[in-house]
Design a binder for this molecule. Structure first.
Ligand SMILES: Cc1cc2nc3c(=O)[nH]c(=O)nc-3n(C[C@H](O)[C@H](O)[C@H](O)COP(=O)(O)OP(=O)(O)OC[C@H]3O[C@@H](n4cnc5c(N)ncnc54)[C@H](O)[C@@H]3O)c2cc1C
Length: 327
């Protein structure tokens, strides 16, 4: 590992000042599980690490009928938070399924939302792909079993964060601080496609930090979250979905359907939402919406199977949201 300096600020302003404008020269570190692994593999080689755990909030506080979650909060604390579970069960479901107890004990909310892609070409120092400043995506002609079926190009990574998907579904706003002060960005606009900037996965500048996820009042929305993994022990999901339903009696007034692990960003499906609108939730309507959710998928050579997996995740998340139990 390349030698690096370590800064331990106690205030967000000092943390921002320690970052600087150059790409990957100085990087924030939360639990370090993603960042240190990349550094050990010579994929990311910063000169300075800025520990944000003493500088950012690690608590959940009430905010306008919703909740404000500090980026330094450990995933285990999020997963076990009673108010989060009561108001946003899909977020709790996503947090509980992240990795293993050890990973949740160490990982932070900020680190989870900003973790870099799991693509094996990106994670291997020998492959100078788009994300490392190169001029190709090796997955296109290579091993692409776990890559994008939506929104790919020029890079075909999928976003690795489980929390990102229910955050987008719930219409969270992210608070960002930088040298010029704070800005608020909807979670749906925080994550960016590779066509916008292939080197990164979000709108953060090198000298900015994510400090909070702010969730709006949930109202009477019902939610369902369903993840499909290759194995049931620790691993990232192959595809997953968060579904929110706002009901009008027995029929759906409006729906939000967001898929994860299928695209470089949390992938919302207006087509599936339209199918659900005005309907009573049954196995058949859930299946029809799931079918609509995968329309337009463009699989690579080895990952067409993800279409069926995504369809299953959407269908089961809809049924869970409607209180119809699924496996
Ligand atoms: C076996 C295994 C299984 C896993 N399964 C899952 C899974 O199912 N779902 C899932 O979501 N994750 C999964 N993970 C990933 C794990 O959840 C993340 O590595 C962890 O959440 C990262 O948190 P951290 O605090 O350790 O991040 P760090 O490694 O400290 O940071 C990650 C990145 O975010 C940046 N960063 C950190 N904090 C901030 C901030 N406040 N503002 C801006 N940038 C910041 C860092 O610079 C770094 O680039 C798994 C990991 C392992 C090892």
């Amino acid at each position: 590992m390349k030698p690096f300096a370590y800064v331990n600020p106690t205030h967000e302003k000092d943390a921002v000042a320690a970052l600087g404008p150059e790409f990957e020269k100085a990087l924030p570190i939360g639990g370090g599980q993603d960042l240190l692994a990349r550094m050990k593999d010579y994929v990311t080689q910063p000169d300075r690490l800025v520990n944000v755990k003493g500088a950012l909030e690690a608590t959940v506080t009430a905010a306008n009928g919703g909740l404000r979650i500090g980026a330094a909060m450990k995933l285990v604390d999020l997963a076990e938070h009673a108010e989060v579970a009561r108001m946003y069960p899909a977020i709790t479901a996503a947090a509980i399924e992240v990795g293993t107890p050890q990973i949740r004990n160490q990982g932070t909310v900020g680190g989870n939302l900003n973790q870099r892609p799991r693509c094996w070409y990106f994670r291997n120092e020998e492959f100078n792909c788009f994300k490392k400043g190169g001029n190709t995506c090796f997955s296109i002609t290579g091993e692409n079993q776990f890559h994008a079926i939506f929104g790919g190009g020029p890079s075909f990574i999928v976003h690795p964060s489980s929390l990102a998907v229910p955050m987008v579904a719930h219409g969270a706003t992210f608070r960002i601080v930088g040298p010029k002060g704070e800005r608020l960005v909807p979670a749906a606009e925080y994550f960016t496609l590779p066509v916008k900037n292939v080197r990164t996965e979000n709108v953060l500048a090198p000298d900015e930090l994510l400090t909070h996820a702010i969730l709006p009042a949930p109202g009477t929305v019902k939610s369902g979250h369903y993840e499909v993994r290759y194995k049931t022990s620790h691993d990232w999901p192959i595809a997953f979905a968060t579904v929110l339903l706002t009901m009008n009696g027995a029929t759906v007034r409006s729906a939000r359907v967001v898929m994860g692990a299928v695209a470089p960003i949390p992938w919302r499906s207006p087509a599936a939402e339209k199918v659900l609108s005005g309907k009573t939730i049954t196995e058949e309507t859930a299946a029809a919406a799931a079918e609509a959710a995968v329309q337009g998928a463009r699989p690579l050579s080895e990952n067409a199977y993800k279409i069926q997996v995504a369809k299953t995740a959407v269908k089961r998340a809809i049924l869970r949201a409607a209180g119809i139990q699924t496996v």
